[in-house]
Design a protein around this ligand. Structure first.
Ligand code: ZN
Ligand code: ZN
Length: 404
C-alpha cells in the first residue's frame, strides 16, 4: 500500500498498489517484484512483446514463476473480443487432466503494454478475482493506476469498475524507445491538467466540492515540469521522455489518492472523450486518447480566455487569472510541439463541446457557460480561435501509417 499524510479534510490518502517502480531498466526487477507468485500469466501484443514482453517472459521463466503467455495481434484494442481472448487463455490445461484440481487459473496476470492492454487485463483480473500488474511500454496516458476500464463493446464504449494494479513497473529505457505518436499522446494527456484543476477550483468555490490542495499542487507541479521538458520531445531528448513518464505516473497516483479522476480530468477530457465516443458510435477505431485531450485542452483554454475578458464575477476572474501564465506556456509549447488534432469539422467540434457537458456528472466551465446561456456561442468562438491559433495539421496527415 502507498500512503501519504495530507493537510486536507481527509488527512490521509492511500492506494492499494504495492509497488510503483519507475527507473532505468526497471524490467530487470520484475521477477523479484513478483516473487510471491507462482503461476504468472503474461499478456502482450506483437508490438509490446518485441519491446519488452520477450525479456519479461524470459526473466519470469528463469525465476520459475511463468505459467504461460498470450501474445495478441497488434495493435490490441481494448475491446470485448480481446477481453474474451484473455479470459479464455487465462486458464491453462494441465498435462494430466485432474478432476480434483480446483482451478486452472493463474495466480497473477501481468499486462505488458500501455493503455489498451492494461485496461483489458484489469477487466479480466477483476472478473476472475486474480491480482494483476503492468509493465508499461509507453508514456501515452496516465491510466496505469486507474480503477476503471473503458472498453469498446460493439458500438459503445463502456466504463467498467475494476481493481487497481498491484504493481506498476515503468522502465524508462523502454519508454525512451516508444513511437513518437504515443509520446505526443502522453504529453497531450498531461497538458489538460491545468484546465482540470481550474475546473476543480471553480466547483470547490461554487458547489462546495471536496478539494485537496496537496494533490492539486502535485499535479500542477508535474504538469509544469512536463511542459518545460516537452519542448525537446521531437528530438527524443531522454530528459523530456522521463519528465513525461514521471508526470503521467504522478498524475495517475493522484487520481488514485483522490479516489476519482477529478484532479486529472475536466472540460478537456469531457470534450475529448465525447469525440472519441462519436467515433465509436460510427464504428470507427478511436484516435489516441491523449491527442484528443490535447485538442480539448486548447478548446478549454480559449473558452477560459474569453470568459476571463467578459465575466463580471470578480472571484471567477481571479481564479482564471491565476492560470493565465500556465495557458501562455501551453500555447508557447504548441508552437514547438505542433500537437496534431483530430477534429477539424466545425459541427463535429461543437457537438463534442455541447455533449461533453453531460459526458459525466462533473461540474466544469461547460456547465457554468450552459447555466448563463452562453455555451453554444463559446463553443463556436473556441472553434475559430483553436483553428486559427493552435492548429498545425491533422493527426492523419502527420502520421498516415499509424494503425493503418
Ligand atoms: Zn488531501
Ligand atoms: Zn486522460
Amino acid at each position: 500500500m502507498i500512503e501519504m499524510d495530507c493537510t486536507c479534510v481527509q488527512k490521509h490518502h492511500s492506494i492499494p498498489t504495492e509497488i510503483i517502480e519507475v527507473s532505468d531498466h526497471a524490467i530487470k526487477k520484475v521477477a523479484d517484484i513478483l516473487k510471491d507468485y507462482r503461476r504468472v500469466f503474461m499478456v502482450a501484443d506483437e508490438n509490446t512483446y518485441e519491446v519488452a514482453g520477450k525479456r519479461v517472459e524470459e526473466l519470469l521463466k528463469n525465476a520459475g514463476i511463468l505459467s504461460h503467455s498470450l501474445i495478441l495481434p497488434a495493435p490490441a484494442l481494448p475491446n470485448a473480443e480481446n477481453v474474451g481472448k484473455v479470459l479464455m487463455e487465462a486458464g491453462r490445461d494441465r498435462d494430466v487432466y485432474d478432476i480434483n484440481a480446483w482451478s486452472l487459473n493463474p495466480d497473477y496476470i501481468l499486462a505488458v503494454g500501455s493503455g489498451s492492454l492494461n485496461d483489458t487485463c484489469r477487466m479480466v483480473s477483476y472478473r476472475l478475482g486474480i491480482p494483476y500488474g503492468v509493465v508499461g511500454t509507453a508514456p501515452s496516458m496516465d491510466g496505469y493506476a486507474s480503477v476503471v476500464a473503458p472498453l469498446l463493446n460493439g458500438r459503445k464504449k463502456i466504463v467498467y469498475n475494476c481493481s487497481i494494479a498491484r504493481h506498476i513497473i515503468i522502465d524508462l529505457s523502454v519508454n525512451e524507445q516508444a513511437p513518437y505518436p504515443l509520446l505526443l499522446a502522453g504529453v497531450g494527456d498531461i497538458l489538460g491538467k491545468y484546465v482540470a484543476i481550474l475546473d476543480w477550483e471553480i466547483s470547490r468555490d461554487r458547489n462546495g466540492e471536496y478539494y485537496c490542495e496537496k494533490i492539486a499542487d502535485m499535479v500542477l507541479q508535474a504538469t509544469a515540469q512536463c511542459v518545460e521538458a516537452s519542448k525537446n520531445l521531437e528530438s527524443r531528448d531522454p530528459a523530456a521522455i522521463r519528465a513525461a513518464s514521471e508526470g503521467l505516473i504522478l498524475s495517475g497516483e493522484c487520481i488514485a489518492f483522490c479516489g476519482s479522476s477529478r484532479p486529472a480530468s475536466g472540460t478537456e477530457h469531457m470534450i475529448a472523450q465525447t469525440w472519441e465516443v462519436m467515433d465509436v458510435e460510427e464504428g470507427k477505431v478511436p484516435n489516441l486518447h491523449g491527442v484528443e485531450v490535447g485538442e480539448g485542452t486548447f478548446t478549454a483554454v480559449e473558452m477560459f480566455r474569453r470568459l476571463y475578458k467578459e465575466t463580471d464575477d470578480a472571484h471567477l476572474k481571479a481564479l482564471i487569472e491565476k492560470y493565465l501564465p500556465a495557458f501562455d506556456r501551453l500555447e508557447e509549447l504548441q508552437k514547438t510541439l505542433r500537437l496534431p488534432f483530430t477534429v477539424t469539422d466545425k459541427q463535429r467540434f461543437i457537438e463534442g463541446v455541447l455533449r461533453g457537458r453531460t459526458f459525466r456528472d462533473r461540474y466544469t466551465v461547460l456547465q457554468y457557460l450552459y447555466d448563463i446561456g452562453k455555451l453554444e456561442d463559446y463553443a463556436e468562438s473556441a472553434y475559430d480561435a483553436v483553428m486559427e491559433k493552435h492548429f498545425f495539421g491533422t493527426f492523419k496527415e502527420r502520421f498516415p501509417d499509424w494503425r493503418a
